[in-house]
Design a protein around this ligand. Structure first.
Ligand SMILES: Nc1ncnc2c1ncn2[C@@H]1O[C@H](COP(=O)(O)OP(=O)(O)O)[C@@H](O)[C@H]1O
Ligand SMILES: [Mg+2]
Length: 350
């Protein structure tokens, strides 16, 4: 039934990413938090093959069923007022969807095209962050064709760069897929082979022995920056630990963080948010060294959003309960689109 005045909000979920099942859980949580009196909620599911489903089949996917249709091209349901992408990785978090929404003139929750794309490419993000004075680990990038020309020579060169155990990652993916640790040139070669299965470029950086702390940021003047939470993985935080067996413990808030490190974490999280041109939300992930030094590892523009995920729990700690968080994110997207629309109109009449 139509409720005049309600915001028609399309919640996008699923998608091609390995985090498809996480996205389903996050979307259910977000949909459960938004007030149906104020929002006309339209779940829109994207299949694992990238097909955009109709309304009925989206519900089936959301509830864990198998839709009969393979879906179609991206589309906007009639009268969409705002998009809320609860999608991770390429095709959802990397700026492509955001750019499409911008072309369509529809407000979209979270970062715009540029910020999303900058944050998704770990190499570009590091350059921007370094330039903004945020500490990042040293790294080298390698293209697949340069690896294939002489894999052993490339592995030896990169191992010499790392000068010890190192991590190899696809340059732009997320969710720990394709990431591995190497501790000699031959395991580094294998790690590169794995990373190149997921992308045309990879990044190698030395292993950092420290704690893993995460900060939640919500757009504002100034942005709201949460206290840190901590992940205590059994080994490193791989896909298995993240999504399959819940073997990593989340400590919220992170215990015993020295005051100087706490201040640095919050300052660097806010700087990263601005420097990468982010909007709406971000989860900024750090390493904390034994001597209290802080290094930014990566920035996620669409963090996990289940009720037990780090981002909403940190925001709750910062004083914004889950329901209010979802509502504020939509209002921020609408306000941003409104002020941009006004600027454009002023431009046209000038
Ligand atoms: N340089 C590093 N030193 C130590 N551990 C690392 C390093 N890089 C990544 N890791 C481990 O691997 C996990 C996944 O790496 P990350 O860069 O966060 O990729 P993703 O985007 O897939 O989450 C981290 O949470 C951490 O446990
Ligand atoms: Mg990570």
């Amino acid at each position: 039934m139509a409720h005049p005045g309600r915001i028609r909000l399309v919640v996008l979920f699923g998608g091609r990413s390995a985090e498809h099942p996480v996205s389903l859980r996050s979307a259910r949580a977000v949909l459960g938090q938004l007030d149906a009196e104020r929002y006309d909620l339209r779940p829109l599911g994207i299949t694992r093959d990238g097909g955009w489903l109709g309304a009925a089949e989206s519900r089936i996917l959301l509830e864990g069923g198998l839709p009969a249709s393979s879906g179609g091209s991206p589309y906007l349901p009639d009268g969409t007022d705002c998009l809320f992408p609860v999608l991770h990785g390429p095709g959802g978090e990397d700026g492509t969807l955001q750019g499409w929404a911008e072309l369509c003139g529809v407000p979209c929750v979270g970062s715009p095209c540029l910020g999303s794309a900058l944050a998704m490419d770990k190499g570009i993000a590091k350059r921007v962050l370094r330039d903004a004075g945020v500490p990042v680990l040293p790294w080298t990038e390698l293209r697949r064709q340069d690896f294939e020309a002489d894999p052993d020579a490339a592995a030896a060169r990169l191992f010499a760069f790392a000068a010890g155990p190192c991590f190899v990652k696809p340059l732009a993916l997320g969710s720990s897929i394709g990431i591995s640790r190497a501790d000699d040139p031959s395991s580094l070669r294998e790690a590169l082979e794995l990373a190149f299965r997921y992308g045309r470029a990879a990044l190698v950086e030395p292993e950092y022995c420290g704690r893993e702390l995460e900060i939640a940021v919500l757009e504002g003047q100034p942005p709201l920056v949460s206290p840190p939470g901590e992940i205590r993985p059994t080994a490193w935080y791989d896909y298995q630990a993240k999504y399959l067996d819940d073997s990593a413990a989340l400590l919220i808030p992170a215990p015993e963080v020295p005051p100087a490190a706490l201040e640095a974490l919050r300052r660097h999280a806010a700087t990263a948010f601005e420097a990468l041109r982010l909007a709406g939300m971000a989860r900024v992930d750090f390493f904390l060294g034994g001597g209290g030094q802080v290094v930014l590892n990566e920035v996620n523009t669409i963090p996990g959003f289940t009720s037990i995920s780090m981002y909403p729990r940190l925001m709750e700690l910062a004083g914004v309960p889950f329901g209010e968080l979802c509502d504020r994110l939509v209002q921020l997207a609408l306000a941003r689109a409104g002020s941009e629309g006004q600027l454009e109109a002023e431009h046209r009449t000038a």
